[in-house]
Design a protein around this ligand. Structure first.
Ligand code: SF4
Length: 376
């Protein structure tokens, strides 16, 4: 998520509000944060004010010296913390907005980009407040974690809320699928009848012990049971395969396993790894130059595509992919963490390329990255 900072005054609790530069009517101001660049005239009634001006006496909640205010847009939603840090939780013009249902998880994946915490207070009320500030025309919402199903039936409250108040939004629920081995729980999800809900579930191997080693617990068969329950209730399922040193060798076998056992899945995504969190700590066990697994990736992708399965490659750079599978590559990296390298300068296919996670700057990327000067 995008983060800003400034010097807080009169802020003792978190403030969750919608950004406005233009200003809103007197009676709506309590949900808004007014952004006031280059002025010390601060209108009253807003939840808080942000400004790039130097700190001075004020009797309302203000964050001074926010130099990055131009990164905000009218309608974004921010969380202001008492220390003056500001998290952008929703961007009006992004298609990658998500709410984090919980930071807890029952898996311990070796490449987890967001290592779970053990305990937290329930975030459901906070998330409902956050959703209430979303633009009514929002098209896509992710529900992530942690593992979202760990909040139990509160997950259904969030989905019901989206269905009722954000009716145009599709939902991508990122889950390890274990909880859906519970027939009744899956039934409750299905009974919501959301018009466009996809449950995206990671699967790392066709061999149970391999999958279990990567996720850190013995849940392979629970996940499989979850997939079948979701299929039983005709839910839209996506499978996600993060490719790294421990998964790449069996990609062809895994693709065959998927075709034979889960022909009902709506989408299969092979994903280049994001190198943050545990992935960064476990680099020696995980890193392989993505170019070096092209043979396995190509076989797996084409194996599914030939059978008319809907398959994509996420987070990969076009210049390192074989021509035969370039068309499956998607621009999948969230805007706020999407970068291109200096060597991408002048590349003719940059507009269609996913580029890199911002974290790549401190870690590794393929040594075969090469600006394409002529795509003819
Ligand atoms: S050079 Fe950069 S922009 Fe061009 S294909 Fe490679 S990674 Fe993408």
């Amino acid at each position: 998520m995008k983060n800003l900072s400034g010097i807080p005054q009169n802020i003792s609790d978190e403030i969750l509000g919608k950004v406005t530069f233009k200003g809103v009517g007197l009676f709506s101001r309590k949900d808004y944060v007014f952004v006031a660049p280059n002025t010390t005239k601060f209108p009253s009634g807003y939840f808080a004010v942000l400004t790039n001006m130097q700190k001075r006496e004020a009797n309302q909640p203000i964050v001074f010296e926010v130099q990055q205010y131009a990164e905000l847009n009218e309608g974004d939603i921010i969380l202001i913390n008492p220390d003056g840090s500001i998290n952008v939780l929703y961007e009006l013009h992004s298609t990658h907005n998500a709410i984090m249902a919980t930071e807890r998880c029952n898996h311990r994946c070796i490449m987890c980009p967001q290592p779970p915490i053990m305990q937290e207070s329930d975030k459901t009320d906070f998330n409902l407040k956050l959703l209430s500030l979303f633009d009514k025309h929002t098209q896509d919402i992710g529900i992530t974690g942690g593992e979202p199903t760990l909040i139990g039936d509160n997950l259904f409250i969030l989905i019901e809320y989206i269905k009722k108040h954000l009716p145009k939004a599709s939902i991508s629920l990122l889950s390890n699928g274990v909880k859906f081995s519970d027939y009744k729980y899956t039934q409750k999800l299905a009974l919501i009848c959301h018009h466009d809900l996809q449950i995206d579930i990671p699967l790392f191997s066709d061999i149970d012990t391999e999958h279990n080693r990567i996720v850190g617990v013995k849940t392979f068969f629970k996940t499989i049971e979850g997939l079948y329950n979701l299929a039983l209730f005709r839910q839209k399922i996506g499978l996600r395969i993060v490719v790294h040193k421990q998964t790449y060798r069996r990609l062809p076998q895994l693709s065959e396993f998927i075709y034979r056992n889960f022909p009902f899945v709506f989408h299969v995504a092979f994903m280049q790894m994001e190198i943050i969190g545990l992935a960064s700590q476990n680099m020696d066990e995980l890193w392989i130059d993505p170019y070096d697994y092209n043979a396995e990736l190509e076989e797996a992708v084409l194996n599914l595509a030939r059978r008319n399965m809907n398959v994509s490659i996420y987070n990969s750079q076009l210049c390192i992919l074989p021509d035969s599978i370039k068309d499956y590559a998607k621009q999948s990296i969230s805007d706020w963490k999407n970068i291109y390298l200096p060597k991408c300068e002048g590349c003719e296919i940059k507009n269609g390329c996913a580029g890199f996670f911002a974290s790549v700057e401190n870690h590794r990327y393929s040594k075969y990255i090469k600006s394409i000067k002529s795509s003819l």
